[in-house]
Design a protein around this ligand. Structure first.
Ligand SMILES: [Fe+2]
Ligand SMILES: [Fe+2]
Length: 294
């Protein structure tokens, strides 16, 4: 089993990471100068061939061209690890293809459902925080860790629906999963701010309760507010409040290995290459330096 503890133990300066979905060599050339790791979202680089989804070879070639200058990590979207009936086997086939081509440092998925009763919902619902859901997700995490030899991390998603009756608190549910399976966590500072805005999450209390030792990666992103709801769409730069929260997490998470700035490919035109690269430099200066200085 590839638990996070076997690979990540002890404080070291986290790496800087970012998203790249292919097809923009001018941006890639600049990103490679700035980051240590590139995050691949396998679901976003697929094409369909004879009814089967495959990873687009030209994008894989782009990733290959930057190794070993940068390392690679994977962040899935469509596994739907929390669906009660079954998860998405097609996503695992994409992972098989990716792992056959590259050595990745770790891979991660969302603690969420993207399919409910066989219907794709076009977004992610957080899981009910019950004993039954805990048993289901832990069984699947165990299986993933048996299937793939690199560490597996789970990321909490924002809560879109009002809170349902729960047997665990948000942090308590994550603690139960990590202590039972040995998997790691992706902590998304912007998602926490969305939950605070939309659902009244007390971030300070959440972080006090959360076991931060399994946190291997932190996500940073910026989104928009729509009709009073803070969306986790990755269309913007990071707010100052998110960076302040990120600095606190960097100080407190002893095994943090990467801070990832995420943006959608669709947002690149809006933001521009200069702003994206400037943002990475800002995170390097204001968040990662914090870890080196402490
Ligand atoms: Fe994510
Ligand atoms: Fe995230």
């Amino acid at each position: 089993m590839a638990g996070f503890e076997a690979t990540f133990s002890g404080r070291q300066a986290p790496a800087l990471a970012t998203t790249y979905e292919g097809g923009d060599p001018a941006l890639l050339q600049r990103l490679v100068q700035l980051v240590d790791l590139i995050e691949i979202a396998p679901d976003t680089i697929v094409s369909s061939e004879r009814g089967q989804y495959i990873l687009r070879p030209e994008v894989l070639d782009e990733y290959a061209s930057m190794v070993p200058k940068v390392g690679l990590i994977a962040h899935g979207i469509g596994l739907s690890i929390g669906s009660f009936d079954h998860w998405n086997h097609d996503y695992l086939r994409l992972l098989d293809e990716l792992f056959a081509r590259f050595d990745l440092k770790w891979h991660s998925e969302h603690l969420a459902c993207t399919v409910v009763a066989g219907e794709s919902i076009g977004t992610m619902f957080s899981m009910p925080r019950t004993q039954e859901a805990l048993d289901l997700v832990c069984k699947r995490v165990d299986l993933i860790q048996k299937l793939y030899p690199i560490p597996f991390l789970l990321e909490h998603v924002i809560q879109l629906l009002p809170d349902a009756p729960a047997e665990y608190t948000p942090a308590g549910f994550l603690n139960a999963i990590t202590s039972r399976t040995g998997c790691g966590l992706v902590l998304d500072a912007y998602n926490l701010e969305c939950d605070a805005h939309n659902q009244g999450l007390d971030i300070a209390a959440f972080l006090d309760e959360l076991d931060l030792t399994p946190v291997v990666e932190m996500h940073l992103a910026g989104g928009v507010e729509f009709e009073g709801f803070q969306l986790d769409v990755h269309s913007g730069l990071t707010r100052e409040t998110t960076l302040t929260l990120a600095r606190d997490i960097v100080k407190r998470a002893p095994n943090l290995r990467a801070v990832t700035f995420e943006f959608l490919k669709e947002a690149v035109g809006l933001l521009g290459h200069d702003a994206i690269c400037g943002e990475l430099a800002r995170i390097q200066q204001t968040v990662l330096r914090q870890a080196v200085l402490q």
